[in-house]
Design a protein. Structure first.
Length: 96
């Protein structure tokens, strides 16, 4: 479990209160609750606002943008957290 804290995103900002989380719109709050990385509520609010504005108010498009941003961050951080060969191509649960 301690290996998850090796993510560079985990070191960027000290712990915040739940106030920022509580002020997020419902869809952004639900997205953050299931996020793979330790996002701060403040950074999600900034990205959500920009994405929503760019998408003309479409929540689905804003959520898709959050997913793309997180996917790029995971691709960038995976070698740091789990090693260069992760995930091994073609490896299934039975072969581990």
């Amino acid at each position: 479990m301690a290996r998850n804290l090796r993510s560079p995103a985990a070191r960027r900002r000290p712990a915040e209160g739940l106030t920022d989380y509580d002020h997020l719109p419902g869809p952004a709050r639900r997205w953050l609750a299931q996020a793979a990385l330790p996002w701060s509520a403040r950074s999600v609010r900034v990205v959500w606002s920009r994405a929503l504005r760019a998408a003309g108010g479409c929540e689905a498009a804003a959520l898709a943008r959050l997913d793309r941003i997180e996917g790029r961050a995971l691709a960038r951080e995976a070698p740091v957290v789990w090693g260069v060969g992760y995930p091994v191509a073609g490896q299934t649960g039975a072969n581990r």
